[in-house]
Design a protein around this ligand. Structure first.
Ligand code: FRU
Length: 502
């Protein structure tokens, strides 16, 4: 049955979304047809395609009562819009359908597990928000909420687990058993990842706590994902209220990859290493899936909670997903690169080799644009670094630019949107350490009108940034300071055609 709340959201989108011209949104990064999005949800395989749901408030460009929006794809680049999937319309989720995940069941149904939220006023007048896990079943377009919701609530948590912060279930099935990880606040005020199990997907029991922050990596841990990768086990978490740790973790909302091993028999996760996942200004709440051909693909919300109030004037959509990325584990590090399908949309190629940069800004014929996939390798002229910084300026016009800069002295890359024309006092700059290889650094830049994603040295580091510079700012330039360097540039325009906006 389609509730009035859901029908209203579907009708609203159908009526107003077509008024937003395709050119006013990204060409291949997921946005809502209209309104707000945050976390990716239910990123999963279903009947030969890949589905993605997302936290969605159709009626404004701000967060509001959470619905799940819905798209699907065959190649992670072209997305087909589907009607809003679920809305906050039952007692168990009356104040919001928060983040969760999805699974194809053996009987062909698609199962969604999400956090149902309801608020209640305490005797002292304060409002409290209770979080519990709920199910919905459907056919890839329409979903029925499970009448037995919630299937997990505060009474299922181990001692000390807070029912006010118990959310974002990620489910999977293995050897006939359903498993689920969720974020939960513990007695010390910080986050833990709880593992639950179920034989039938309906009746769940707590199994163990896989890992906990102990106030070391932020406070509450949101949006966990837990998966095997190249012989390791990866636990992704999105900590709130991080205290900065060197250049590895910036303060605020971040994403940490906890790398380790997992003993299935004892359900024991042993953390061996921790790293940031993305070093940019806009990246949160990632989710992964395993493709039909065995690749682990991650997508995230390309935004940060700290900057959601700073929106372009007059925008009718706000929030976008990152480009889906292929994950690998190499030398104990999480490696990320754009999905290989992006190459299918490469248009005109322009390439230059061994361009000598000395003083002054250089532009190269044919290297410009806001829809591009470009790799720039910069290296010293005769073996040792003989320049101080390399600056790549993008989305540039007379007075605007977005800069990707490599600094030799401390081997850092900086992304900088200070002069991208955005009139808000938000975080505009991030620096992060990279590993030059023989004095050379390779920067792959993917731009899609309102964003820039950098992949350094074949995916050793990634950094994401949104930018709302007018599309007329198209120029690209290259510059070194103090000395000389050589660069190779390989640039493709990205060609999608308007049907990609369906
Ligand atoms: C993360 C998050 C989740 C929650 C959702 C609500 O960005 O706070 O923990 O489920 O957003 O929209």
């Amino acid at each position: 049955m389609i509730s009035d709340t859901l029908q209203k959201a579907r009708d609203f989108e159908a009526q107003y979304a077509p008024h937003i011209p395709a050119a006013e949104r990204p060409a291949f990064h997921v946005t809502a047809p209209i309104g707000w999005i945050n976390d990716p949800n239910g990123f999963s395989c279903y009947k030969g395609e890949y589905h993605l749901f997302y936290q969605h408030h159709p009626y404004s460009t701000n967060w509001g009562p959470m619905h799940w929006g819905h798209v699907k794809t065959r190649d992670f680049i072209r997305w087909e819009q589907l009607p809003v999937a679920i809305a906050p319309d039952t007692p168990a989720d009356r104040d919001g359908c928060f983040s969760g995940s999805a699974l194809e069941l053996p009987d062909g149904r698609q199962m969604l597990m999400y956090t149902g939220v309801y608020r209640m006023r305490r005797p002292d007048g304060r409002m409290e928000e209770f979080q519990q896990q709920c199910l919905a079943f459907g056919d890839g377009v329409n979903y029925e909420k499970y009448p037995g919701n919630p299937v997990l609530d505060g009474s299922d948590l181990p001692a000390g687990g807070s029912v006010l912060d118990f959310r974002d279930p990620k489910i999977w099935q293995e050897d006939g058993t359903f498993y689920m990880v969720a974020g939960n606040r513990t007695e010390d005020g910080s986050g833990a990842i709880r593992l639950f199990e179920s034989k039938d997907g309906l009746k769940w029991t707590y199994s163990t706590t896989l890992d906990a922050s102990r106030n070391e990596y932020g406070r509450m841990w949101e949006c966990p994902d837990f998966f095997p990768l190249d012989g390791w086990r990866v636990l992704l978490v999105s900590p709130q209220e991080m205290t900065a740790i060197g250049l590895e973790f910036h303060a605020g909302y971040g994403v940490a990859a906890l790398l380790g091993s997992y003993d299935k028999a004892s359900r024991h996760f042993e953390r061996e290493a921790v790293q940031a996942v993305d070093y940019g200004t806009d990246f949160y709440a990632p989710q992964t899936l395993e493709t039909y051909d065995g690749r682990r693909i991650m997508i995230a919300w390309m935004q940060n909670w700290a900057t959601t109030g700073s929106q372009p004037q007059g925008c009718r959509w706000f929030g976008q997903m990152t480009l889906p990325r292929e994950l690998e584990l190499r030398d104990g590090r999480l490696i990320q690169n754009p999905v290989r399908e992006l190459a299918n949309y490469h248009g005109r190629k322009v390439s230059y080799r061994d361009i000598l940069l000395t003083a002054g800004e250089v532009s190269l014929h044919g290297v410009e644009g806001r829809l591009l996939d470009m790799t720039v390798t910069v290296r010293p002229v005769d073996g040792s670094p003989s320049y101080q910084t390399f600056k790549l300026r993008l989305a540039k016009d007379g007075n605007r630019e977005t800069v990707v800069r490599y600094k030799v002295a401390n081997s850092t890359v900086r992304i900088d949107r200070t002069h991208s024309g955005f009139p808000y006092d938000i975080v505009n700059v991030r620096d992060f350490p990279v590993r030059p290889q023989g004095g050379a650094v390779k920067l792959r830049i993917v731009m899609d009108r309102y964003s820039l994603e950098v992949f350094v040295n074949d995916g050793e580091q990634a950094a994401s940034m949104t930018l709302y510079t007018p599309q007329s700012a198209q120029a690209v330039s290259f510059e070194v300071t103090e000395g000389a360097a050589r660069i190779d540039v390989e640039k493709y325009s990205l060609e999608l055609g308007e049907e990609s906006k369906s």
